[in-house]
Write a protein that binds this ligand. Structure first.
Ligand code: NAD
Length: 284
């Protein structure tokens, strides 16, 4: 049966290291790294994510600046706030929690953030840097998946990787991360045919379709590494992913649990990016 790729444990170790570094930087430069978090509207799930990000910051020695805006905030007002934060020397990272209300164009918002403060790694500049093999700030979920893959100690050169999902925040940057380390990459998406045949030949599977149980355990090649990005809430309140975990565990060499796999790594990489941005700003 598969070994567990324990994101919770890795995240805890990394957050400890981030805290040590943030504390050292704070005593050297007289201020903590700072992350500005903007949320627009009342989406309950978004408020939970933002709260967890703020708690993560506090525990890691990062100052968080909170901007909670009402659902009817205009795009112009939001752009004004971003300009202010771009110019604020105490702010190293800026995060706009998605989704924003429909009357706001999220692309315009994301492109207004100073790329040097874009700790979510969504700005086209940072995506372009990753695409051209000179990564700067990298998107948190794929970056966290790479840290999990590193934990296996397996050489990724030439590995057959199949990514399920091609979104801007997970699938696409994941493909760029895997290319960067020399893997062979297939990206499948909603128009792909015969998902099963792709999965069956994969040595590494990144599941990020947002479809509960889409990937069946019996499709998994013996010894494959399975990283499950999907998060779904079952009727009993428990969480599950895009992969049939029990069945997949019989074939896989390594597998991430849901919860406790990719989830804790995403916020961890946000904290790491904020410290990285701070170091760039202070020239350390
Ligand atoms: P999305 O809806 O933006 O993108 C889903 C992608 O999957 C699309 O490219 C779509 O074409 C593809 N897809 C849909 N059905 C498919 C199928 N049958 N076969 C192959 N591809 C298919 O979703 P997203 O924002 O990328 O998130 C994906 C999942 O990951 C969601 O469950 C989300 O909750 C989760 N997520 C988790 C974290 C984390 O930190 N763990 C972070 C981001 C997203």
């Amino acid at each position: 049966t598969a070994k567990i790729l324990d994101g919770k444990a890795l995240a805890a170790r990394m957050r400890e290291e981030i805290r040590l570094e943030a504390d050292q930087l704070a005593s050297k430069h007289g201020r903590k790294p700072g992350l500005a978090v903007i949320i627009v509207g009342n989406d309950p799930a978004s408020h939970v994510y933002v709260k967890n990000k703020k708690i993560g910051c506090e525990k890691a020695g990062i100052h968080s600046f909170s901007h909670e805006l009402s659902a009817d905030t205009s795009q112009q007002h939001l752009l004004g706030l971003i300009t202010e934060l771009n110019n604020d020397p105490k702010v190293d990272g800026i995060l706009v929690q998605l989704p924003v209300p429909d009357h706001i164009n999220s692309e315009v918002i994301l492109e207004a953030i100073d790329p040097g403060k874009d700790v979510d790694g969504f700005h086209p500049y940072n995506v372009g840097r990753l695409a051209s093999r000179k990564p700067a700030l990298r998107s948190c979920t794929p970056y966290g998946c790479m840290k999990l893959l590193e934990e296996t100690g397996i050489d990724l050169h030439g590995k057959e990787c199949v990514i399920v999902g091609a979104s801007n925040i997970v699938g696409r940057p994941m493909a760029l991360e895997l290319l960067l380390v020399g893997a062979t990459v297939t990206v499948t998406h909603r128009f792909s045919k015969n998902l099963r045949s792709h999965i069956e030949r994969a040595e590494i599977i990144i599941a990020a379709a947002g479809k509960q149980g889409l990937i069946q355990g019996e499709w998994i090649k013996p010894g494959a590494i399975v990283v499950d990005v999907g998060i779904h809430r079952r009727e009993d309140g428990s969480l599950t992913g895009d992969v049939e975990f029990e069945e997949a565990s019989k074939n896989a060499g390594w597998i991430t649990p849901v919860p406790g796999g990719v989830g804790p790594m995403t916020i961890t990489m946000l904290l790491a990016n904020t410290v990285q941005a701070f170091k760039t700003h202070v020239g350390d």
